[in-house]
Design a protein around this ligand. Structure first.
Ligand SMILES: Nc1nc2c(c(=O)[nH]1)N[C@H]1C(S)=C(S)[C@@H](COP(=O)(O)O)O[C@H]1N2
Ligand SMILES: [Mo]
Length: 576
């Protein structure tokens, strides 16, 4: 096989990228109709997420924060673009190379899709159709970009292409080239121009009768930039339109619309009005209640599950006397409890941001479980989300009287989609990864020695009680502060035990007691503050909390894995 110099490498790369975009757009569209999670890019990303080692997860979370998903998807897309460009460059020499490349692409996508939890045979369809249409688009783009020169036979395309173009244009104007009868597929934005492939039927994708243009640079063919760019424009339009349509069809709309329409019932056990002084109102200090839009988000979902509440149900089964299945309407009819609970992520570093406090409304998990009838010996509640995430929560914690909820609302509105709409779990005192399942659809009553939740085989502890911690919000780390009286303030938490004291020291001097804000109960964080006369120079400020059981948080530093960070939060300030 000779090198075909007719088409420059950039043109091949462009054709490859556009064909790749068409493949992804079509896959997105088909996935939108069938099942959004079957979109191969998301499936590949999910495989990456699930196989990310703990240290890399730490790295991603601490460097990209809640944007880690966006960064990952962008990374997958960059890799795909490069691969598609290479496929295009190869395909310009021989279409078969390109088709094989696309096939490999497809196999990777299919492998990712079928290994996702809850995958079925139908899930391969978006990838298969996408790759098929992408292969067609590639062949079509290549075929239309090169056409017969009716002038002299070029020895090198570079020297003759320009001269040949005029001749070729007039040739096509006479209708010399014919569209093969088999090429019935509409050309995306192609303006009715034809595939010129003398000596072959020119059916895109027809391997045996590959257009002669692909064979050799010795034959009288020229590259036609204009026709390539016309095809590229058409491909971009098709890819964009298909992507958009796929997203709309993917059900975002349904879930969002349904969410807005939810009329929240009144709680039968309302949260008591917050006592005076829960919030010092100090600027720069975390407010007692975190606004929904400011609430941290941590999950493994690349595409947030969009669950239609009319389709939703929660199945409770396993070691119970009477398995039950509850619909959303059933849940709203039950007695609802309202409670302030502070959620914390096990990945939160000392001083980190993965903590937030909200007023939750929901059905007490214990009530539902009592109805189902817990069998003796059961010690784990394995909850599963719509997207296959699982958490293992100790039975005794949920049944001990605390406000462990199947929550439907957050700060007075239906759960935001990214925080678990329509229903999520909230369990005071446990890190989110062992308790706070969003988009929860299934609860299996089981045993820790029989079942394992999502993060356990990935190096995280099976049980995750929250460690007592405190954080300095003010001054900001590294801040420049004017000498004199300065407010040092922050939050401290020991969920379901409560905070009894917070102490602050400067430059390892004497600990001083901070003033504590009021709290509605033991399940939330507690604001603290203290005024300090700071002299000029560099200073280190440290904080430590003591919980209501009299335990002072350990100075021992531990990283988040496997069961939560510990140590005293310390910051440096520059006083001038
Ligand atoms: N479905 C699902 N639920 C999940 C997770 C997840 O990855 N998937 N992550 C958990 C973790 S690790 C935490 S800390 C909390 C965070 O809840 P938030 O995003 O509402 O703050 O959700 C929990 N629930
Ligand atoms: Mo978490």
């Amino acid at each position: 096989m000779q090198n075909n110099d007719v088409m420059p490498a950039w043109a091949g790369a462009l054709a490859g990228v556009v064909a790749g975009a068409v493949a992804l757009g079509v896959a997105q569209l088909v996935a939108g109709v069938l099942k959004p999670a079957a979109f191969p890019v998301v499936a590949v990303g999910n495989v990456v997420v699930d196989n990310t080692p703990a240290w890399l997860k730490e790295f991603a979370i601490s460097n990209f924060g809640s944007n880690d998903k966006t960064v990952l998807i962008a990374g997958v897309l960059v890799v795909l673009t490069l691969v598609a460009a290479v496929i295009g460059v190869l395909a310009r020499r021989r279409v078969a190379y390109g088709l094989v490349g696309l096939g490999v692409f497809g196999v990777v996508g299919i492998a990712a899709v079928v290994t996702r939890p809850g995958a079925g045979a139908l899930d391969v369809v978006p990838t298969v159709v996408g790759v098929g249409v992408g292969a067609w688009a590639l062949t079509w783009l290549l075929a239309r970009s090169v056409r017969r020169s009716y002038g002299d036979t070029p020895t090198t395309s570079g020297s003759s292409a320009t001269g040949a173009r005029a001749a070729a244009w007039s040739a096509s104007g006479t209708g010399a080239a014919s569209r093969a009868s088999g090429a019935s597929v509409a050309e995306p934005g192609g303006g009715g121009s034809s595939i010129e492939s003398p000596g072959s039927p020119g059916i895109p994708g027809d391997e045996a009768e590959r257009p002669a243009v692909m064979r050799t640079g010795a034959e009288p063919y020229v590259f036609d930039r204009r026709r390539l760019l016309g095809g590229v424009a058409g491909g971009v339009v098709v890819a964009g339109a298909a992507t958009l349509a796929g997203r709309v069809l993917g059900g975002r709309q349904t879930a969002e619309t349904a969410r807005v329409a939810v009329a929240l019932p009144r709680p039968s056990v309302a949260a008591k009005p917050l006592p005076q002084g829960t919030d010092f109102g100090i600027r720069g200090l975390s407010p007692f209640v975190t606004k929904n839009q400011d609430f941290y988000r941590v999950d493994t979902a690349l595409i947030v599950p969009h669950v239609d509440p009319r389709q939703w149900s929660l199945r409770i089964h396993g070691m119970v006397d009477r398995p039950v299945e509850i619909t959303y309407a059933d849940l709203l009819k039950r007695p609802l409890t309202e409670s302030y609970v502070t959620l914390t992520c096990v990945s939160n570093e000392v001083g980190g941001e993965y903590i937030g406090n909200a007023r939750w409304l929901g059905v007490r998990m214990a009530d539902v479980l009592r109805e189902a009838g817990l069998q003796s010996g059961a010690d784990m509640l394995l909850s599963t989300s719509d997207d296959g995430f699982t958490a293992g929560t100790p039975v005794d914690v949920v049944m001990d009287g605390r406000d462990a909820l199947f929550a439907i609302a957050m700060n007075g509105e239906a759960l935001p989609v990214e925080h678990g709409f329509p229903v999520r779990q909230v369990v005071p005192g446990l890190y989110g990864y062992v308790s706070a399942t969003k988009w929860v659809v299934d609860l299996k009553v089981t045993r820790f020695d029989q079942d394992e939740a999502y993060w356990t085989p990935r190096g995280w502890s099976a049980k995750g009680p929250i460690k007592t911690e405190s954080r300095i919000d003010l001054p900001k780390p590294g801040a420049s502060v004017t000498a004199g009286r300065t407010t040092i303030a922050g939050v401290a938490w020991a969920q379901h035990t409560g905070i009894d004291a917070v102490e602050v020291r400067v430059d390892r001097g004497e600990w001083r007691q901070a003033k504590l804000a009021q709290v509605p109960g033991p399940d939330t964080w507690r604001q603290w503050s203290l005024d300090w006369d700071l002299t000029s120079g560099k200073h280190t400020i440290e904080v430590r909390a003591t919980d209501a059981a009299g335990r002072t948080q350990t100075e021992q530093q531990a990283p988040p894995a496997p069961d939560g960070a510990s140590g005293w939060h310390a910051i440096q300030v520059n006083v001038t």
